[in-house]
Write a protein that binds this ligand. Structure first.
Ligand SMILES: O=c1ccn([C@H]2C[C@H](O)[C@@H](COP(=O)(O)OP(=O)(O)OP(=O)(O)O)O2)c(=O)[nH]1
Ligand SMILES: [Mg+2]
Length: 183
């Protein structure tokens, strides 16, 4: 019987994706690897520094400057090639590895990733897990396929007495439930 676990999504079948493992008997997190080589550019690119300088020197900023800064601060989605199944009353918390911040200036700008049980096999992307990452260090960071980038922790979550979900099914992730609000 299947209860909870990781699987490789179709796109990455036969691409040498390792299923997450815990490192020691009492490690809480299943270490999750990058599915591809990927570079996370530093946020401190010249354009960003230029915008900082403009602010410091009291210059007027234009719409294009704000747009540029926002673009630079947009996290990179690192593919994992994995999907995860679990009982409906559980959630997988994606947490950063402390070594990422301590040694590499690599953060999860969403704090933690919340992976809902009904994200699994969703019709849009099969439920592939992505890790959002932002490099606040000065140098670009090259992540290699197979490098451990985050850890997943399974947890149970609670519901209120008057719990009443808006919809019965999840179609995707990353703001999929607020598409109407975004229009
Ligand atoms: O770091 C993350 C965070 C989320 N997800 C996927 C799984 C999760 O089930 C889905 C939705 O995430 P969340 O609920 O945090 O985002 P949202 O902005 O509320 O999107 P939605 O409206 O789709 O719920 O996106 C990831 O793959 N990685
Ligand atoms: Mg959500």
């Amino acid at each position: 019987m299947k209860t909870r676990g990781f699987e490789v999504v179709k796109k990455y079948q036969d691409k040498g994706i390792n299923l997450p493992r815990r490192q020691t008997i009492a490690s809480a997190g299943y270490d999750i690897e990058a599915a591809e080589d990927i570079t996370i550019p530093s946020i401190w690119r010249l354009d960003f520094v230029r915008i900082f300088r403009l602010i410091r020197n009291g210059h007027q900023l234009y719409q294009r400057d704000f747009e540029m800064a926002d673009k630079i601060l947009k996290p990179i989605l690192v593919p994992t090639g994995l999907k995860v199944y679990m009982p409906e009353d559980e959630v997988l918390i994606l947490a950063n590895r402390s070594s990422n911040t301590f040694k590499r200036h690599l953060s999860l700008p969403n704090g933690i990733g919340v992976i809902d049980a009904d994200y699994y096999n969703n019709p849009n992307n099969e439920g592939e897990l992505f890790v959002q990452m932002l490099n606040y260090g000065v140098c670009p960071l090259h992540i290699h396929k197979g490098e451990r980038i985050a850890q997943g922790i399974f947890m149970k979550y609670l519901k209120t007495d008057d719990d009443n979900p808006i919809s019965r099914e999840r179609l995707s992730g990353f703001g999929s439930t607020n598409e109407k609000e975004d229009d």
